[in-house]
Design a protein around this ligand. Structure first.
Ligand SMILES: [Zn+2]
Ligand SMILES: [Zn+2]
Length: 416
């Protein structure tokens, strides 16, 4: 039986790669403008890293992680997101030393055991960025603005920026109390999962996708009304800075993101075209996480972008492929093939992209193959040309050709 890729896991085929590069390069360039450094993080970590940071009651940790034991019976999990690993690496390698703040980004696959559907995969790709050591509202606004600008550059227009504040360790307990009291009063309308969460981790009820629960929760008290003065000031400052940059946003009171570590600013960027799975990016502040994972108290802010969802939005957009210059050598006869094989090697050493046709078929057949490969340039060498030390260079796009000494081919290619 033929083996296929696992469900919800997609191959990214050569014909689609230019779209991926376009998105990745645009985002990467934008982050480099703002001083972010590239970091490559591992695909799996000790399971405890995720349960301790993302939170044991979250859907991600409770239901969606790929967890396995190795031969030493240690528990590992495929990473469901990147922030936890970034914080771990930040602490493990002391990336804070000698820097007032640290800016990191990464691109790579993440893994969640969810029901696959459009824009949702079990192996999916995220670009994530994290800033450590800056507690200013200017940072929140700067990073959100940067992301909005990147989306604009990609040509995405109808995106919606939604913001909320989740409070801090001083004001969240009061909010949790209010919310718990509300949930206790509305028990009958809630699913069993929400009932359990209302005791263990009330904020997580907002992650519930059950329609009835959503109806009840629409009446729930808002975080924004109960945050402390400091949080309120911070949030308003973020909003004013965004207004100053002419960035349009809306406030979404029940936006909590599916992760426990967020505090103060939380945001999502959504696209109506994507339907239920409509968030293309999200993030926020997580000032307590570094300390929670064993570091010194360190304010932090980050976001993640879902690459597959961005690509879905860009599916109709014309993206220039960029045709690379290369030459295809058509060789007629054994001697020409031998010479062409050596020429291929020389051309590559001079930095030219080249492939030979080693079929030793007729000129007509080899030209047909050149056409199928979309070769922009073709070099033709038969016995005649060989005897004169020449090669015919044909420009397939313009239909022109000339004969020149093999020794001049390298110079000539440099000018094409
Ligand atoms: Zn607060
Ligand atoms: Zn529920």
């Amino acid at each position: 039986m033929q083996i296929k890729a696992p469900k919800g896991v997609a191959d990214i085929l050569p014909e689609d790669i230019f779209r991926w590069r376009y998105v990745e390069d645009t985002l990467r360039n934008m982050l480099q403008l703002a001083g972010f450094d590239d970091i490559r993080l591992p695909m799996f970590e000790q399971s405890a890293l995720f349960s301790r940071s993302i939170g044991g009651e979250t859907d991600i940790v409770a239901k969606e992680m790929y967890t396995f034991s190795d031969k030493g019976k240690r528990s590992f999990s495929l990473r469901p997101e990147g922030t936890a690993s970034a914080v771990r690496a930040y602490l493990e390698h002391r990336l804070y030393i000698g820097k007032p703040e640290t800016r990191l980004y990464y691109i790579g696959p993440m893994f969640r055991a969810e029901r696959p559907q459009a824009g949702r995969y079990r192996q999916f790709h995220q670009l994530g960025a994290e800033v450590f050591g800056n507690d200013s509202a200017f940072l929140d606004a700067e990073v959100i603005a940067l992301l909005m600008y990147a989306f604009e550059k990609l040509g995405l227009e109808s995106l919606c920026l939604q913001l909320n504040t989740l409070g801090c360790k001083d004001c969240r307990p009061q909010y949790q109390k209010d919310l718990t009291a509300f949930l206790a009063d509305h028990k009958t309308g809630l699913c069993s999962n929400c009932m359990r969460r209302s005791d263990t981790n009330p904020l997580r009820v907002f992650d519930c996708k059950n329609g009835k629960c959503q109806e009840v929760l629409a009446q729930a008290p808002s975080n924004i009304d109960s945050v402390c003065d400091k949080c309120s000031l911070h949030f308003n400052q973020v909003l004013n800075l965004l207004k100053g940059l002419n960035i349009i946003f809306e406030i979404k009171y029940n936006l909590v993101r599916g992760l426990d570590y967020y505090n103060k600013t939380a945001f999502e960027i959504t696209a109506r075209e994507l339907g239920a799975q409509n968030a293309v990016a999200g993030g926020g502040r997580y000032d307590g996480l570094v300390e929670q994972l064993g570091g010194a108290p360190t304010p932090a802010f980050g976001f993640a972008v879902g690459i597959e969802r961005l690509l879905l939005l860009l599916a109709d957009k014309e993206i220039k492929k960029g045709e690379p210059e290369w030459i295809y050598l058509i060789l007629l006869g054994d001697k020409a093939l031998q010479q062409g094989f050596i020429l291929q090697d020389e051309l590559r050493k001079h930095g030219f992209a080249v492939r030979i046709n080693s079929s030793n078929q007729t000129l007509k057949k080899q030209l047909k193959q050149a056409n199928k490969l979309d070769a922009p340039l073709v070099g033709i060498m038969g016995e005649d040309e060989l005897n004169r030390g020449c090669v015919i260079l044909r420009d397939m796009r313009h239909g022109t050709q000339e004969e020149l000494p093999v020794a001049e081919l390298i110079d000539k290619l440099g000018t094409v």
